[in-house]
Design a protein around this ligand. Structure first.
Ligand code: BV8
Ligand code: ZN
Length: 254
């Protein structure tokens, strides 16, 4: 549980920010019941990345890849946004320039009300045709094997970025711009091990942003952080937002 002093310091750094950004990873969705990747109970405990999350894996055994992604799609469709997602959506209302950069593919930020969301690694709701390239929204739809394109009949793939694939250029450029312009970056629920996404933290830091980390444990981002608050995002973020709102109402802040 975060101490009052930690919440106060994090709130102070965020409250003075003119261009705050949040950078989120799987830990933000943990309290929605979505398994993270690394650490105990993580996805990579039961699957090897090379077997289910690379273009070569899809080439070699598309049915296994679809089994992996259908399991995750169904978990996401059953999940609800948690207080961490809602606190971040509230920050977008409190800070006009607030931008949310996410590595997550579950779209829970959008379902919680966040509008300015940069999705670096695609999402599980949409699928893309390997033949004609069309994208289809299949939110909530259970896909039977083999999922085929209604237009050209070719095999559909999940609309996520696999390891070894380039990130969507427009999303990456927007994320770089937001990180470079930011004066405070909230780094929430990420092990900061996946690149180029994790590089955004050092980018923001290099441009003078104060890094505020929220995680259960130290990560590769911790040494760049002005403050690391160890606790559950669904508990810590609402405390920070509450402190910001209180400071504004009491006139302590503009
Ligand atoms: C690229 C979508 C080049 C899919 C994901 C060898 C070959 C090829 C590439 C590489 C290589 N070696 C290195 C690379 C680069 C590679 C990479 O970085 N690998 C890492 C593992 C070393 N990167 C890539 O391949 C990228 N592409 O480099 O392309 C290129 C360039 C030009 C042209 C062509 C090619 C693509 C990377 C994207 C991969 N796709 N996701 C899917 O989801 O199935 S990444 C995947 O990891 C997710 O998106 C996830 O979000 C992301 C990062 O993980 P985290 O979010 O941080 O999750 P994690 O479980 O790790 O951590 C959770 C954290 O939360 C923990 O710290 C935990 O303590 C904390 N936590 C838990 N509960 C809570 C909590 N915190 C707070 N509260 C809680 N309750
Ligand atoms: Zn097609």
């Amino acid at each position: 549980m975060a101490s009052g002093e930690e919440i106060r310091r994090a709130t102070e750094l965020l409250a003075r920010a003119r261009r705050p950004v949040a950078f989120t990873g799987a830990g933000v969705s943990a309290e929605s019941g979505i398994p993270t990747f690394r650490g105990s109970g993580g996805l990579w405990e039961n699957y090897r990345v090379e077997d289910v999350a690379t273009p070569e894996a899809f080439e070699r055994n598309p049915r296994l890849v679809w089994e992996f992604y259908n399991l995750r799609r169904e978990a996401v469709f059953r999940a609800e946004p948690n207080p961490a997602h809602r606190a971040l959506a509230r920050l977008e209302e409190l800070f006009p320039n607030f931008v949310l950069i996410t590595q997550n593919v579950d779209r829970l930020h959008q379902r919680a009300g966040s509008k300015k969301v940069i999705e670096l690694h695609g999402n599980l709701c949409e699928v893309r045709c390997t033949g004609c390239g069309r994208t289809f929204d299949k939110t909530g739809v259970r896909l039977e094997w083999p999922p085929r394109c209604a237009e050209c009949g070719e095999l559909l793939r999940p609309a996520v970025v696999w390891f070894g694939e380039a990130l969507p250029l427009d999303a990456w450029r927007a994320a770089e711009e937001a990180a470079n312009a930011s004066d405070c970056m909230l780094v929430i629920g990420t092990s900061a091990q996946v690149y180029p996404a994790a590089g955004l933290i050092a980018m923001a830091r290099r441009h003078g942003a104060a890094i505020v980390e929220v995680n259960l444990e130290p990560t590769a981002a911790s040494e760049m952080a002005a403050i690391s608050i160890y606790g559950k995002a669904a508990e810590v973020l609402p405390q920070i937002v509450e402190a910001i709102e209180w400071a504004r109402q009491s006139g302590e802040m503009r």
